[in-house]
Ligand binder design. Sequence first.
Ligand code: ADP
Ligand code: ADP
Ligand code: ZN
Length: 210
Amino acid sequence: MKLIFFGPPGAGKGTQAAMLSEALGIPTVSTGNMIREEIAAGTELGLKAQQAINAGELLADEIVIGMIKTRLAKPDCAGGFILDGFPRTVAQAEGLCGMGIDVDKVIDIVVPDEALVRRLGGRRVCLKCGATYHLENNPSPAGDRCGRCGEPLSVRKDDSEAVIRSRLEVFHMQTEPLEAYYREKGILFSVDGDSDIGSIAEEIARIVRD
Ligand code: ADP
Ligand code: ADP
Ligand code: ZN
């Protein structure tokens, strides 16, 4: 099963992908996480990426397409995968197609902008294990520490009000056109992402099963 989780920043792609990954036993491939790992490791790519990510701008298509190509060639992706945060432009979708990868379904998680601002503003992440929480909607059972590994939780630098607004603008300008691209291919499935985490997960599981 080759899936794409599509939606604006804060739609719940990461939250839902983590649950479905576990249920299906396939990896989640998140370009955002891969880029943050490069930054943390201080690689050349990481240094170049830092400015763009902190400003909420997209990295160049050829860079992320290259990262994805290398990642999807690894053996753990042979039985399928969930793409979270890629593709984000039509050029990236064409790059994926050019790798000979046939995506089965695109899950389009729909959430209004104002809810996204509230979600991203309260997002807390674990830099060690990648778990994601929300101060009110999905608090860590361990308070300000990660419920899974105990690490103190962090606020992403790009989850500040001003950067959130520019990320939403980038989404509407550069990423949203992909919706029509996949709808034309007949593989786009939209879900109402403005409800509780459990019912969205059920809806996604149903789409994947059918
Ligand atoms: P979100 O939680 O907002 O969906 P991600 O963690 O997926 O954010 O991405 C964070 C940042 O990483 C983006 O704002 C962008 O700078 C960069 N990034 C992630 N994926 C891509 C991509 N496919 N193309 C270009 N830039 C990307
Ligand atoms: P994305 O990967 O699409 O950027 P995340 O999965 O990181 O989104 O979710 C963004 C924030 O919203 C996180 O703080 C997460 O805990 C919270 N969240 C996720 N799904 C929901 C939901 N259905 N209702 C309320 N908050 C949610
Ligand atoms: Zn953790």
